[in-house]
Ligand binder design. Structure first.
Ligand SMILES: Nc1ncnc2c1ncn2[C@@H]1O[C@H](COP(=O)(O)OP(=O)(O)OP(=O)(O)O)[C@@H](O)[C@H]1O
Ligand SMILES: [Mg+2]
Length: 563
């Protein structure tokens, strides 16, 4: 027999229910900031101001110039499940507002000293005061159209939760991040955030996402971002992704938005990273702002208490299209690093809008003949390493090794999955010595080596015989390339490449490519440029370094005072 008396089932008093709901909605000051800013955006605000004291622990105030509320609505808004944003369950499909639960305000008001001041167009202004969920006062007020919510003493009545608040700097950082994310969803709305009187964010209304990125992070990051714009069936992918050469192992920004709503989705970010394949060094993480737009019934945004997740009807499709979109953005020559853009005073963010375009036909087949067309742009090799030529939009500078590495990588990837590369039978087979570890690596990659053109046979002891070799360019040194390639494979260099085939192709491309310091004649240069310009990802080598940079004509004009 139980020693416990059976408890009676009772409906919780409203305020207890609110506090429990607050446990899900209000985790820390940043979550209050998020909810209040979302409400301001939903109310059609053009400018939103956030003030924090002590990281939001003492005070959070969010003011907007949105629609405001009349007195009745303001009082209703503090009741649970009171919302102006949906009426029926079907309204949830494709809901366009941030809010739809009618949870946030009552939850926040139940765990703070809460004040709401609001005024609708042409109406009397109202001030409501609520303490720990209990309505204390309904008063006249004198504010203009819009709403100001002030939250003091968050968790004052739930000490266990207050104890979990972190240091002021940590809470401030989280609140700044919450506003940053929302500011990215609406460049057309002005945002500011002050913390203990210091201005931490100041974003004027702008028309483009890139301008908002500038206002939030400055040119140092914003100037490294490329625009993405891609559509596949019902899905539209847009946003900004970082040039591969500027990707770093730490400190990247990664954001995903679905139908204008920020979500956390590591899979989408990973898919976007997959789009960088072979253009970033292993371990580097590019900054990514991925915006997905798709019909409301293809995604459910109501699957997480703080709306931080979304569920797609066809996740694999979405991931595949995101990867495609990023690859497409990195592909064209516009992805080539502008000489002036990085940390400089040059053209900055707008630069990629125009981009660089190369008159490929000028380098085309007939111009490779013995009598080039008169208009073929001259090619100039400098330092036996770089090739310069004129384009429509400026001067392109190609790194001959990186460029050739990119071209070979793409060739080899095709050859490895197709018929293999044409090989040259050596008149005098080569005999080469290797260490035991290197011999193991040769054994492990025998098939791939054959496919790129190296037909190899064990000889005796530590020696092997090479019967055929690839011939990617006239200056190719077959023995040396094989030795370097095998040593890389055995030494685990290029180790970060996940895919064995890609790793082999990248290693081979790096070792087989024309090197810096080799003098090229005009026809070799021309061939290289033609092949580079027809590559899928011409602007970057397999280590993520640029293979080409551009000096825009505008930059020349600016420097010489012609504008
Ligand atoms: N800044 C504001 N300006 C105008 N109306 C507001 C503002 N903030 C809240 N409201 C009104 O109060 C209602 C309740 O807000 P609350 O945030 O609690 O719920 P919600 O936004 O509808 O849903 P959710 O809980 O998902 O955020 C809103 O539906 C809206 O009508
Ligand atoms: Mg809300």
């Amino acid at each position: 027999m139980s020693v416990l008396a059976r408890a009676r089932v009772q409906v919780l008093a409203g305020n207890v229910a609110n506090q429990i709901a607050a446990g899900e909605v209000v985790e820390r000051p940043a979550s209050v900031v998020k909810e209040l800013v979302e409400n301001a955006i939903d109310a059609g605000a053009r400018a939103i101001r956030v003030e924090l004291e002590d990281g939001g622990k003492t005070l959070i105030r969010v003011s907007d110039d949105g629609s405001g509320m009349d007195r009745d609505d303001a009082q209703l808004a503090l009741q649970r499940h009171a919302t102006s944003k949906i009426r029926t369950a079907t309204d949830l499909i494709g809901v366009a507002t941030f809010g739809f639960r009618g949870e946030a305000l009552p939850a926040i008001a139940s765990v703070s000293r809460f004040e709401l001041e609001t005024c609708g167009e042409g109406e009397e202004a109202t001030r409501l005061r609520v303490t720990g969920g209990k309505l204390d006062a309904v008063e006249d007020s004198a504010r203009q159209r819009g709403t100001t919510v002030t939250v003091r003493g968050l968790f004052y009545n739930t000490p266990a939760r207050r104890k979990f608040l972190r240091a002021t700097a940590t809470e401030t950082r989280a609140a700044v991040e919450a506003v940053t994310v929302l500011a990215l969803t609406r460049p057309d709305v002005a945002f500011s955030l002050t913390s203990d009187g210091r201005v931490l964010l100041d974003c004027p209304a702008a028309s483009r996402l890139i301008d908002r990125a500038h206002a939030l992070w400055g040119g140092e990051l914003a100037d490294t971002l490329l625009a993405v714009s891609h559509r596949a069936g019902p899905l539209e992918v847009s946003g900004l992704v970082q040039r591969p050469a500027q990707a770093r192992p730490a400190g990247r920004k990664g954001y995903v938005f679905v139908r204008g709503r920020p979500i956390r989705d590591p899979f989408i970010l990973r898919a976007a990273e997959a789009g960088y394949r072979s253009t970033i060094a292993p371990g580097d993480r590019p900054s990514l702002l991925v915006f997905l737009d798709l019909p409301g019934d293809a995604v459910d945004v109501n699957v997480h208490p703080a709306k931080l997740e979304a569920r797609f009807r066809d996740k694999f499709f979405v991931e595949r299209v995101v990867e495609e979109a990023v690859r497409e953005a990195l592909g064209p020559l516009t992805a080539a690093t502008p000489l002036s853009g990085i940390g400089g005073s040059g053209l900055g963010a707008g630069e990629f809008a125009g981009g660089i375009s190369v008159p490929l036909e000028l380098f085309s087949a007939q111009s490779l003949g013995p009598n080039p067309e008169p208009r073929t742009p001259p090619l100039l090799q400098v330092f036996d390493t770089y090739i310069l030529f004129q384009t429509d939009a400026g001067v392109a500078i190609v790194d001959q090794h990186s460029a050739h590495e990119r071209v070979l990588y793409e060739d080899v990837m095709r050859q490895l999955s197709g018929d293999g590369a044409p090989a040259q039978r050596l008149l005098l087979p080569l005999t080469l010595d290797f260490t035991p570890a290197e011999l193991d690596a040769i054994e492990a990659h025998r098939e791939l080596l054959t496919r790129v053109g190296y037909e190899i046979e064990p000889f005796s002891g530590r020696s092997i015989v090479v019967h055929t070799a690839p011939n990617p360019h006239p200056r190719f040194e077959a023995a040396r390339c094989l030795q370097e390639l095998v040593s890389d494979l055995a030494g685990g260099r290029f180790g970060g490449w996940q895919n064995r085939l890609e790793r082999f192709a990248a290693t081979y491309a790096c070792r087989a490519a024309i090197k810096a310091g080799q003098t090229l004649d005009v026809s070799e240069m021309r061939q290289l440029i033609v092949r580079l310009l027809t590559a899928t990802l011409p602007a970057h080598d397999v280590h993520g370094r640029p293979s080409m940079v551009q000096l825009p004509k505008e930059e020349l004009e600016r420097r010489f005072g012609r504008t």
